[in-house]
Design a protein around this ligand. Structure first.
Ligand code: CA
Length: 510
């Protein structure tokens, strides 16, 4: 069979090598193009002669400018591209091309746990919220004992999770940036998969006091039997602290255990989309399939969250026209600008995002990565934008601003209210979360075959022509409903792969 190339857009002057072994020099590809040198899998080949200074176009968008003349059939390596400037935030079109709603998809349900606040869980988990890192190992110790000694008596409860983190003291708690980690810890405790049964473990002397975490004038206040303070006089030694946590936990387990799965409309799904370890295939296989599934879920009324500011910054000009209103577009620009400033203060810019693995996988720079990343969002109108750690309250496609770091993005999407996570990967990662099922989608078949016990869905079949973006998107849609219902478990769930929570703290540490 002739070597295969993938070109995404008719205007592109580069294409991606599909063949696993790459394409040797002087090979003739299926469309008659002759390679001038060896080009590895997922890297770019020039489809025409490109003059020095001319745009290198992928996804119909300039991803860089040629630093010297490139002949047709050459390997377009990273060093041959100079990066274009990021889109100017002051001149972006606001809500100028709002997509019309597509026909609703009715009748799709999943079996979930109904919560008092109207949300629904895909899992029934008891969480131990912690106010400060000092208590994290104690909470973990208690969670382990609850899992071993109590959980077998409450078979309706899926798991117990200690929400340990590195925040809570030794920080400038009144600085503006502190609002982000504080609301993240609070909103994590309100995640739909935790059934509204809160149990807070506090030390006693920490800066992040329980009533600051859960203000008493709000419905989510804690106190009485859902708060265990380790420094309280009544505890004699560690064993009594742990016994107090177990006693409080048992009361919550009794309530959680009485819950049963009921049919919930697909509109109760809050699906967080993320990618990690991306390669040049991510943008042609996994992410477009996820984008198609996102469109289907939006049509079914669900909330779809996409995030990762540094991976959408270079595609900002593609997002702001799609915003449902100028106000939403301005919210999106506000989050982009906040992150530009955050990076500048740290002496970095958006190009600090790409990893050695991204570049090995053929992604020349952050522009190319961003173009491939935003296709996860599908084609729906963007209806809301939230700042890091805030809860998402709207149905439809929502941008929840987060860093692109896998664990921080995952943590912030959980705080946003995500009850199901879809994660695309090219280079591969064994990533998983304790609070929500993670469906991992591989961009290449080689990865899916090498890691059959870690990858839930192989999108590489799109590049080889075995399936289409639409068919795989539909497969993912069905898989999401199956996993949400508890009928299917993800690879990360079976292996109990739980990345620890990672808070985003833009504020000062003291
Ligand atoms: Ca990521």
């Amino acid at each position: 069979m002739d070597p295969r190339l993938v070109r995404v857009h008719a205007a592109d002057n580069v294409a991606i090598v599909v063949d696993r072994e790459g394409i040797p020099a002087a090979a003739t590809c299926s469309d008659g193009l002759k390679t001038r040198e060896f080009v590895p899998q997922s890297h770019k080949v020039a489809l025409s002669d490109i003059a020095a200074g001319e745009a290198i176009v992928r996804y119909g968008t300039p991803i860089g400018f040629a630093s010297r003349a490139i002949d047709r059939g050459s390997w377009v390596r990273e060093e041959l591209l100079t990066i274009p400037p990021a889109p100017d935030l002051d001149t972006l079109p606001l809500a100028t091309a709002v997509p019309q709603p597509q026909p609703p998809l009715e009748g799709f349900t999943f079996d979930g746990y109904r919560n008092f606040d109207g949300t629904a869980g895909t899992r029934n988990i008891l969480a131990l919220t912690t106010t400060v890192q000092c208590v994290a190992p104690t909470a973990e110790f208690a969670a382990e004992r609850i899992r071993r000694e109590l959980l077998p008596r409450y078979p309706g409860v899926d798991d117990v999770v200690a929400l340990g983190h590195s925040y809570g003291c030794g920080v400038a708690i009144d600085a503006p940036g502190a609002a982000v980690p504080i609301r993240t810890v609070r909103n994590l405790a309100l995640n739909p998969n935790l059934g509204g049964e809160r149990l807070v473990v506090s030390l006693g002397c920490e800066k992040l006091q329980p009533d600051r975490l859960f203000p008493i004038d709000e419905s989510c206040a804690c106190g009485g039997d859902n708060l265990v303070r380790l420094q309280d006089e009544r505890h004699r030694g560690f064993s009594e602290m742990v016994a107090a946590i177990l006693e409080a936990a048992e009361k919550r387990l009794e309530v959680l255990d009485r819950r049963r799965r009921v049919a919930c409309p697909a509109s109760d799904l809050v699906v967080g989309l993320q990618c990690g370890g991306s390669d040049a295939f991510s943008g042609v296989t996994a992410n477009p399939a996820v984008g198609h599934a996102a469109d289907l879920l939006v049509r079914a009324g669900a909330t779809m969250i996409f995030s990762e500011v540094t991976e959408v910054r270079d595609a900002a000009h593609l997002i702001t026209p799609r915003c449902r209103s100028e106000e939403v577009a301005r919210g999106f620009i506000r989050e982009m600008r906040w992150f530009d400033d955050y990076l500048r203060i740290g002496g970095a810019d958006r190009s600090a995002n790409t990893t050695p693995g991204n570049r090995r996988g053929g992604l020349a720079n952050i522009v190319e990565k961003a173009m491939g990343s935003v296709v996860k969002s599908g084609t729906s109108a963007l209806v809301a934008v939230t700042a890091p750690g805030e809860r998402v309250k709207k149905k439809g496609l929502v941008f929840a601003a987060t860093p692109a770091s896998d664990f921080i993005c995952g943590t912030l999407q959980l705080a946003a209210g995500m009850n199901m996570h879809v994660f695309t990967t090219g280079e591969g990662t064994p990533y998983g979360l304790a609070m929500a099922p993670v469906i991992k989608v591989a961009s290449r078949t080689a990865l899916a075959r090498r890691w059959p016990d870690l990858i839930d869905l192989d999108a590489g079949r799109i590049a080889t022509g075995e399936t289409t973006i639409e068919a795989l998107g539909r497969e993912l849609f069905d898989l999401i409903l199956g996993v949400a219902s508890g009928r299917r478990r993800t690879c990360a769930e079976k292996l109990r792969l739980h990345n620890p929570l990672a808070l985003f703290n833009p504020g000062p540490v003291t």
